[in-house]
Design a protein around this ligand. Structure first.
Ligand code: SAH
Ligand code: SF4
Ligand code: F3S
Length: 446
């Protein structure tokens, strides 16, 4: 590649999970430190970072089509500089470099703190790949948090040692690590100083977080939440994603004790059949999952539940799929995500016998989603008439209209004289399938 001018504007496009959103923000901050500014809406950027996801099929293909779109009909000096980051970069770094000459940088999720050095090389015309996994070193090398949204993300834990047989995450994000307690308290304070009212603690297995507090005592996620709840100006705490195996008594108790911990739990189950769960290498059964939820609900009766589901895991029979529907009926989720099984190269499930036909998966997904949508709407209707606190996150489609989140993570629309970041009391007037229309009661805190 030829040497080129240093980019002046950037755009980071993040796909996949919230951890990628967090990483995308951190990459943007690093580029900002170098004096590179976000490209104005509608204008081409000099540098595009594709922050990719590898969790399901077509993700990698999407990267190549995005690269094609960015470079189509453009000579090298007109095309943007392209960096591929995220989980596809980790899984297919070398292949991307070989297949896409327009890509200057490939950087894995544990190595993106090196993006500035790679950028220097790219400006000299050198292509660079970095898919090392130094894990924790990354965070220390990132700039301080200065800007944020009222509802912010904070990655506290990375990687996964669970090795569910369908999943690429242990390969793309590496082994489970916890960020140190002190670093997290500091980053949370910085986020609050920068305007955060709510912080969602993130991890592929967030409930496996462990550390030592200032006094050298061992603490788990519940202890961390307890201490973060003492941060002045922080009004709400959430965490995601949890694994049923790591939910301890302390975390359950925390839901009953800490007001700032929102009444919401995302706890993926994946399937309702114990045989399928075992083949997935999930350590829970349908029954143990339901018992666990009962304990959470006993601690926090208004807890809203969310989950993830996979239909058509290899060998899943019609009867086994029915057990998933039965479990959904038993739980009554407030919201949930559901996916067709997608064979991921290198994972054990990809070579299992009994791969399920696409049409069968389509039909199962449709039935599952109908049940989940029904329950989501029912949950929303059950909150009609309540007045609750809403965190204002953005402007709505119409003038004077605002969108915020209830404690149960529902989207609520309303009109009134408020601003982004306000915590206001809203009466939930009419429930729709995906959101609620509300009426502003009074401003609680600015
Ligand atoms: N660490 C989290 C989230 C993992 S990825 C957890 O353990 O729950 C988010 C969701 O994607 C998973 O919960 C699962 O439902 C889905 N998923 C992961 N791999 C998949 C695959 N190969 N095919 C379809 N869905 C998958
Ligand atoms: Fe993937 Fe399972 Fe780890 Fe979640 S717990 S990231 S589904 S391997
Ligand atoms: Fe996707 Fe990687 Fe997250 S594969 S879901 S971006 S951990």
């Amino acid at each position: 590649m030829k040497p080129t001018n240093s980019p002046k504007t950037y755009r980071v496009k993040s796909f996949g999970c919230q951890m990628n959103v967090y990483d995308g923000e951190r990459m943007a901050e690093m580029l900002g430190e170098r004096g590179i500014v976000p490209a104005p809406e509608g204008e081409d950027a000099d540098l595009v970072v594709l922050n990719t996801c590898h969790i399901r099929e077509k993700a990698a293909e999407k990267v190549y089509s995005d690269i094609g779109r960015l470079t189509k009909g453009k000579t090298q000096d007109k095309a943007p500089m392209i960096a591929v980051a995220g989980c596809v970069a980790q899984a297919e770094g070398e292949e991307i470099m070989a297949r896409a000459p327009a890509v200057s940088m490939v950087v894995g999720p544990q190595a993106y703190h090196r993006l500035p050095e790679m950028l220097d090389k790219a400006v000299q015309g050198e292509r660079a790949t970095d898919t090392d996994m130094p894990a924790i070193a990354k965070f220390a090398a990132l700039p301080e948090r200065k800007r944020t949204n009222p509802a912010s993300f904070l990655t506290v834990q990375e990687g996964c040692d669970k090795f569910c047989t369908y999943c690429v995450v242990p390969y793309t994000r590496g082994a489970e690590i916890s960020r140190p307690y002190g670093d997290l308290v500091t980053e949370a304070r910085k986020l609050v100083d920068a305007g955060a009212k709510e912080i969602t603690l993130l991890g592929q297995n967030v409930s496996a977080w462990s550390g030592e507090d200032d006094k050298g005592h061992a603490v788990g996620l519940a202890g961390l939440i307890r201490d973060l709840a003492k941060v002045d100006g922080l009004a709400r705490i959430r965490y995601t994603t949890s694994h049923p195996a790591d939910m301890d008594d302390d975390l359950i108790a925390a839901h009953g004790e800490i007001d700032k911990l929102m009444p919401f739990l995302h706890l993926p189950v994946q399937a309702g059949s114990d045989r399928v769960l075992k083949a997935m290498n999930r350590s829970h059964t349908a029954e143990s999952y339901l018992r666990l939820l009962e304990r959470f609900r006993a601690a926090r009766p208004d807890l809203a539940l969310s989950g993830d589901f996979i239909v058509g895991f290899p060998g899943e029979t019609d009867a086994e799929f029915e057990e998933t529907l039965k479990l959904v009926d038993a739980v009554g989720y407030a919201q949930a995500f559901s996916f067709k099984y997608s064979p991921r190269p290198g994972t054990p499930a990809a070579s299992m016998e009994g791969q399920v036909a696409k049409e069968v998966m389509d039909e199962r997904l449709q039935r599952l989603q109908a049940a989940l949508n029904r329950d989501q709407w029912a949950f929303n209707r059950a909150t009609e008439g309540r007045t609750c606190e809403v965190l204002v996150e953005r402007k709505g489609k119409h003038p004077g209209q605002w969108l915020g989140k209830t404690p149960w993570l529902q989207s609520a629309w309303f009109e009134g004289d408020v601003g982004i970041g306000d915590l206001v009391q809203v009466e939930l007037v009419e429930a729709g399938p995906n959101s609620l229309a509300g009426r502003l009661r009074e401003c609680v805190a600015a």
